[in-house]
Design a binder for this molecule. Structure first.
Ligand code: ADP
Ligand code: MG
Length: 612
C-alpha cells in the first residue's frame, strides 16, 4: 500500500483558513475598515456594489505601505502590529493576527494601491487565488485603497451560501456603524450601488451617535463618564422615554472594539431597572477602556466576545456608572451609591496598576496556554459569559422543529397525556387565571394555553396568506409614519413583500422612514408602530438561526407578536372560537416553535389518583 498523506497546496490551505475570517461580505468590510483605522487615517470611504458580493472597496488617507510591505501584507500571519508574545497584552490596534488580507486574497480578486508620504510613487498589486498576478508603480495620493471583487468566485459552495442582497447589506451596515461609532474623529462615507448611505463628518461622540441613530435622540442622550485607575467608561445612554420595543440601538465597545456581551447588557438593564417597561430596550453606546492585559481579546476569531480578567468588577462598574449618570440628570428615582463605594474598595480599583499585577497577568493560565501551544486558536474561552447568557436569555434557546408532542415529553408530569385525537365539544368550558381555558371532553378535560393556542392559529393563517390569499388590509384614515435605524430599515425593506401579503401596507418614504398605509383588518389600529417594532425585535430573535427561511422567521415572529397574551380575559364566545380554530389547525398540539398548546387530563387517571 502506498502512503496516503499529502500536504495541502497553499492556495487550498489559505482558502480553508480564510473561512474563519471571511464568512460574508460584511466580514471583509470589517477587516478593511479596521486596517484603515489602524493606519491612522482620518478619512475613510467604503464603496460596495451588489451588497459587497461584486465589489468592496475601502479608501483611506492613512500611512500607506512600502512596496515590500504591500506584498508582504498578503502573507498569512504577516502583521506589523505585534512582534512577540508580550505585545499581545498591550494591543491597542484593531487587528493583530495578520490574517485578514491573506484571507481576503484567498477568496476574492484583490487590487491594492498604496503610497506613503515619503515615497514618490505608490504601488499597485493585483492578486488572484493568493498569487500576485501584476505589480507596477502608480501615481496616487497618500494612503491605501483595497478593492475586493467577486467574493468567493473560487469557492462556489460558499458563494451560494450567501443570503439575499438585502440581508448581506444589513450585515455590512451593522459592521460599518460599529466602526464609525467608535471613531467620531474620523470622517466616514459609505456608498452602495452608487447611492450614498452614510456621510459622517468628523465631530464629537454625541454628534456621531445622532448622525448614525437619528435626530430622535438629539436632546435625549445622557452622558456617562467615570474614571478610575482600573478602567474608564464613557458614552451615552438614551433617556428612559426613548426606550424602544426593539433591541437595535445598543452598543458596547471595549478599547474601541465592538463587543457583544449579554453580561454587560444585563448590568445596563439593571441600572435602568423600573424606569422603563419590561419589554423595552434603552439605547446605549458605551465605551470601556481598560488595560489590554486585563482582557483576553483572543477568545473569538472575529473578536466580538472578550473575556475580562475580573468580570464582576466590570459589571458593578458599568451598572453604577449608568445609575450615577441617570441620577445626575435626575432621571433616576432613587439614588444608590452603595455600589460605588463597594467598587472603590476593591483591590483592583483602589490599587494602581503595578508591575506586580502585570507579572500576575503573564503567569495566568491564559498566557501559558498561549505560549505552550504557540497559536491563538488553541485558546479556549473560559469565560463565564456563556453561563450568564443562558441565565438571562433563556428564550434564546433555539426553537424546536415543528413536531407533534410525544407522549414521553409529558409522562414526566404525573397523570398527563396529550393525545391529538379528540376534538372537544365547546359546550362546557371556562377560563382560569385569564391564561388557560379548561374544556371538557368525553375522556376528561383539556387545559388549553390561550396564548400558545392563538399563536398556532395565527401561524397557520399567516402561512396560508403568504402562499395564496392575502390577509385583508384596513386602510389607515390618517397614515402614520415610523422612523427606524438604518439597520432596521434595511431589514424591514427586505420583509416588505411578505408583510404586504400579511396585511401590512408599508411604503418606504426615504431616510429610514416608512408610511403605514394599512394594517391587517383584525389588528387594532393605533398600536401599529409598536406592533411593527416588536415584530422586528422578534424577527431578530430568530435571526442567527440559519435553519429558518426569512419567511418562516417572519411568520413565527408575527404569530408570537400578535397572539392574545396570557392575562387577557376572554368571553365565552371568544373561547369557543379559539378552541374551534385550534382544532381546525393542521397541527393543533404545538406552536410553530414546539411549545404545547394544550394538555389532556384523563378522567380515568383522575379517578385513580383519588383511589377509585
Ligand atoms: P493585521 O491587521 O492583523 O496586522 P492584516 O492582514 O489585516 O493583518 O494586515 C496586514 C498588515 O498590512 C498590517 O499589519 C499593516 O501593516 C498592513 N496594512 C493593511 N491594511 C493597511 C492599510 N489600509 N494601510 C496601511 N497598512 C495596511
Ligand atoms: Mg487587519
Amino acid at each position: 500500500m502506498p502512503d496516503i498523506i499529502q500536504l495541502l497546496p497553499d492556495n487550498i490551505a489559505n482558502q480553508i483558513a480564510a473561512g474563519e475570517v471571511i464568512q460574508r461580505p460584511a466580514s471583509a468590510v470589517k477587516e478593511l475598515l479596521e486596517n484603515a483605522v489602524d493606519a491612522g487615517a482620518d478619512e475613510i470611504k467604503l464603496i460596495i456594489n451588489d451588497a459587497g458580493k461584486a465589489l468592496i472597496q475601502v479608501i483611506d488617507n492613512g500611512k500607506g505601505m512600502s512596496e515590500t510591505d504591500a506584498r508582504m501584507a498578503f502573507e498569512r500571519h504577516a502583521t506589523s502590529k505585534i512582534k512577540n508574545i508580550e505585545d499581545l497584552f498591550k494591543i491597542k490596534t484593531m487587528g493583530f493576527r495578520g490574517e485578514a488580507l491573506a484571507s481576503i486574497a484567498a477568496v476574492g480578486q484583490v487590487e491594492l494601491k498604496s503610497k506613503r508620504t515619503e515615497d514618490e510613487t505608490g504601488v499597485f498589486i493585483e492578486i488572484e487565488n493568493s498569487q500576485v498576478i501584476k505589480q507596477e508603480p502608480v501615481a496616487m495620493q497618500n494612503g491605501t485603497s483595497v478593492v475586493m471583487k467577486n467574493l468567493f468566485f473560487n469557492v462556489p459552495a460558499r458563494r451560494n451560501f450567501l443570503k439575499s442582497n438585502a440581508a448581506e447589506l444589513r450585515h455590512i451596515v451593522d459592521e460599518f456603524i460599529r466602526v464609525a461609532m467608535s471613531f467620531p474623529e474620523i470622517f466616514f462615507s459609505f456608498t452602495s450601488n452608487g447611492q450614498q448611505v452614510f456621510h459622517l463628518e468628523k465631530g464629537s461622540m454625541k454628534q456621531r451617535i445622532v448622525q448614525i441613530l437619528g435626530n430622535n435622540y438629539g436632546a435625549k442622550l445622557v452622558a456617562v463618564q467615570e474614571h478610575t485607575d482600573y478602567m474608564n467608561i464613557y458614552g451615552f445612554v438614551g433617556k428612559p422615554e426613548t426606550a424602544k420595543k426593539t433591541r437595535g440601538d445598543q452598543y458596547f465597545f471595549v478599547n474601541n472594539r465592538f463587543i457583544k456581551s449579554a453580561y454587560l447588557n444585563h448590568a445596563v438593564m439593571n441600572a435602568f431597572n423600573e424606569m422603563i417597561a419590561k419589554d423595552s430596550f434603552p439605547m446605549y453606546a458605551l465605551f470601556i477602556d481598560l488595560d489590554p492585559s486585563q482582557l483576553d481579546i483572543n477568545v473569538h476569531p472575529t473578536k466580538q466576545e472578550i473575556k475580562f480578567e475580573d468580570e464582576k468588577i466590570v459589571y458593578a462598574f458599568v451598572q453604577s456608572a449608568i445609575k450615577h449618570a441617570l441620577a445626575q440628570f435626575s432621571i433616576s428615582p432613587t439614588l444608590d451609591f452603595e455600589l460605588d463605594a463597594s467598587i472603590q474598595s476593591l483591590d483592583a480599583v483602589s490599587k494602581p496598576f503595578t508591575d506586580e499585577n502585570k507579572s500576575s497577568a503573564t503567569s495566568s493560565s491564559l498566557y501559558n496556554t498561549f505560549t505552550k501551544k504557540n497559536q491563538s486558536h488553541f485558546i479556549e474561552s473560559k469565560s463565564e459569559l456563556k453561563h450568564w447568557k443562558d441565565f438571562y436569555e433563556p428564550s434564546k434557546k433555539q426553537p424546536d422543529d415543528l413536531r407533534p408532542i410525544e407522549d414521553t415529553d409529558l409522562t414526566a408530569i404525573q397523570g398527563l397525556h396529550a393525545i391529538n385525537d379528540q376534538v372537544p365539544t365547546t359546550d362546557n368550558l371556562f377560563q382560569l387565571h385569564r391564561s388557560f381555558i379548561v374544556v371538557q371532553t368525553n375522556r376528561g378535560y383539556y387545559v388549553v394555553h390561550q396564548q400558545n393556542a392563538h399563536e398556532r392559529i395565527l401561524y397557520e393563517q399567516f402561512a396560508q396568506a403568504v402562499e395564496g390569499k392575502s390577509i385583508a388590509t384596513q386602510q389607515s384614515l390618517f397614515p402614520s409614519t415610523i422612523e427606524l435605524t438604518t439597520a432596521d430599515a434595511v431589514l424591514l425593506n427586505e420583509l416588505l413583500p411578505d408583510m404586504n401579503h400579511l396585511g401590512y401596507l408599508l411604503e418606504p418614504f426615504g431616510n429610514n422612514t416608512f408610511v403605514i398605509q394599512g394594517t391587517p383588518a383584525d389588528v387594532n389600529q393605533g398600536n401599529e408602530k409598536i406592533a411593527i417594532e416588536k415584530m422586528l425585535e422578534q424577527y431578530k430573535h430568530f435571526s442567527p438561526d440559519l435553519k429558518y427561511s426569512k419567511r418562516e422567521k417572519l411568520l413565527r415572529s408575527l404569530a408570537l407578536q400578535q397572539s392574545i397574551k396570557a392575562g387577557t380575559s376572554l368571553t365565552e364566545q371568544e373561547m369557543k372560537v379559539l378552541i374551534q380554530e385550534l382544532f381546525n389547525c393542521s397541527v393543533p398540539n404545538t406552536t410553530a416553535n414546539g411549545k404545547p398548546t394544550y394538555l389532556e387530563f384523563k378522567k380515568e387517571n383522575l379517578d385513580k389518583l383519588f383511589g377509585r
